[in-house]
Design a binder for this molecule. Structure first.
Ligand code: SF4
Length: 101
């Protein structure tokens, strides 16, 4: 799928569910910092998953991330988990590197 097609999908989606996201203001939990170590990633993602479990829009969020090939943790699902489930990332460099270890 071309990048422009993905952007087209993004523009047409209803993203009003984002107004009810439990993760507002917690961006640092859902996306890695530069050169994040694996242990730090595990801790960060565990904390993010706890927020997702209490969120009322988890299903919408997971579907959105899968459709739009998002990076980071969305709907309780990491980019590695989405990638493994067949929702491929556009440039899965980090995923390949982590899968090799
Ligand atoms: S499911 Fe998680 S990532 Fe998605 S909106 Fe809710 S808290 Fe945020």
């Amino acid at each position: 799928m071309a990048a422009v097609e993905i952007l087209g999908d993004y523009a047409e989606e209803d993203d009003s569910w984002m107004d009810r996201a439990a993760c507002k203001g917690l961006t640092q939990l859902f996306f890695p910092s530069a050169a994040e170590r694996p242990q730090a990633r595990e801790r960060r993602e565990a904390a993010a998953r706890q927020v997702c479990r209490a969120c009322g829009v988890q299903s919408d969020c997971q579907s959105f991330a899968r459709t739009n090939h998002e990076y980071g943790l969305w709907g309780g699902e990491s980019e590695d988990e989405r990638h493994a489930a067949g929702f491929r990332l556009i440039a899965p460099i980090g995923v390949r590197a982590r899968s090799a270890s």
